[in-house]
Design a protein around this ligand. Structure first.
Ligand SMILES: *Cc1c(COP(=O)(O)O)cnc(C)c1O
Length: 376
């Protein structure tokens, strides 16, 4: 039977955790500690334990997490911040807000992750030009899979760059047997509702093994406060995670490991059914994915248009992440030095995401795959 399949299914997930949610939310309504209430600290401890990081700091969203991490490093005018061109806009937005310059790096054509070889070339290019100071690498774990952190960290160490892991899409994924959260100097996560671990509003977190960085992040998320609340030690921001979101996330964290397994199972079903017809996602070696997004490649833009239209007619939603490489975005084109980034440019023309959430049934997966195969 053909039904309209949802791209995301938050109502079904909510029905699975309804009792826990009610209990958790009622507890917050009872104690009324809406800012940095006990649920925030409980969530921070649980998330740190989940990914093996020493510290977790709950913040207002994934973008503010990036900003706090960059403010902690003193990123500002004249600084070059290296980041992939094929990612969500927030990664590039934050260095610009701080007056720094994003330097776009191309991605691997198979895994879509930032390309370490091109990173090294871009750093050399910036050094040769002599106008910007190379300061920081923001690696993005795209679509649920990890970037090549050992290679990235080796380059950053050699070049004296700080590292920030924009793990907004990939919390729960692992690389070489270890969950993401400790691969860089700091790791930022988003709890936007559509991310693998999503709240019921905006939310985010920072992870680090460094005591000094953790203290700085806590200060920066609360207006740069010092040891007492009304002592201001630095310019900060209002960037706290609120208690109600922490309560929701504690409920979601209870089922998160099962949901990651469900996502993996569905991704494998897609691989098996679609692998001979379209280009399915290439797995990063020795890793697990949080499967935020299952992205396929079509031969060209026209084939993608046909596929999207055919799926729509069959009750199957699809989405394009991302229709434009960031260096081509009107807001960022001026900051870009003109270097061609052919892989990012090509992916933008023919990439397409299928629905992937833990509440897809086998019948849904069958309906989706049948529709994809009918439209290649
Ligand atoms: C979602 C996302 C962000 C921003 O997170 P918000 O919580 O929406 O601010 C940053 N980077 C990447 C790669 C993202 O996907």
């Amino acid at each position: 039977m053909t039904r309209q399949i949802p791209f995301l299914d938050l109502p079904t997930q909510q029905s699975r955790i309804a009792d826990a949610l009610r209990t958790r939310l009622e507890a917050v309504l009872k104690h009324c500690q809406f800012i940095l209430g006990p649920e925030v600290q409980e969530l921070e401890s649980r998330l740190a334990a989940f990914c093996g990081a020493k510290h977790c700091i709950g913040v207002s969203n994934g973008t503010d997490a990036l900003q706090i991490a960059m403010m902690a490093e003193g990123i500002g005018p004249g600084d070059a911040v290296f980041l992939p061109a094929f990612t969500y806009t927030a990664t590039a937005e934050v260095p610009l807000v701080l007056g720094a310059t994003p330097v776009f790096v191309d991605v691997d054509p198979h895994t879509f992750q930032i390309d370490p070889t091109h990173l090294a070339a871009r750093i050399a290019q910036v050094r040769a030009a002599g106008t910007l100071r190379p300061r920081m690498l923001v690696g993005v774990d795209l679509f649920g899979q990890p970037a090549d952190w050992p290679a990235l960290q080796a380059i950053a160490t050699r070049e004296g760059l700080g590292t920030l892991d924009d793990c907004a899409q990939s919390f729960g994924a692992s690389l070489h047997g270890k969950r993401l959260g400790t691969a860089a100097d700091a790791t930022s996560v988003s709890f936007f509702p559509s991310k693998p671990l999503g709240g019921y509003g905006d939310g985010g977190a920072l992870f680090t093994d460094s005591d000094d960085r953790a203290a700085l992040f806590r200060s920066l998320r609360s207006h740069g406060e010092g040891t007492t609340r009304y002592e201001v030690h630095r310019t900060g921001m209002n960037g706290r995670l609120d208690t109600l979101q922490a309560a929701v996330l504690l409920c979601k964290l209870e089922v998160f490991a099962e949901e990651l397994q469900a996502r993996e199972r569905i991704a494998r079903l897609y691989d098996q059914r679609l692998g001979n017809a379209v280009t399915i996602p290439t797995r990063v070696a020795d890793s697990t994915s949080a499967w935020a997004i299952y992205a396929i490649l079509l031969p060209d833009a026209a084939a993608r248009d046909r596929m999207q239209a055919g799926l729509k007619a069959a009750g199957v939603p699809s989405a394009i992440y991302y229709p434009k490489s960031l260096h081509h975005q009107p807001a960022y084109a001026q900051a870009h030095d003109g270097t061609a980034l052919p892989v990012s440019e090509d992916l933008a023309t023919r990439i397409m995401a299928l629905p992937l959430h833990p509440d897809l049934t086998d019948a849904d997966v069958d309906q989706i795959c049948t529709a994809v195969l009918a439209n290649v």
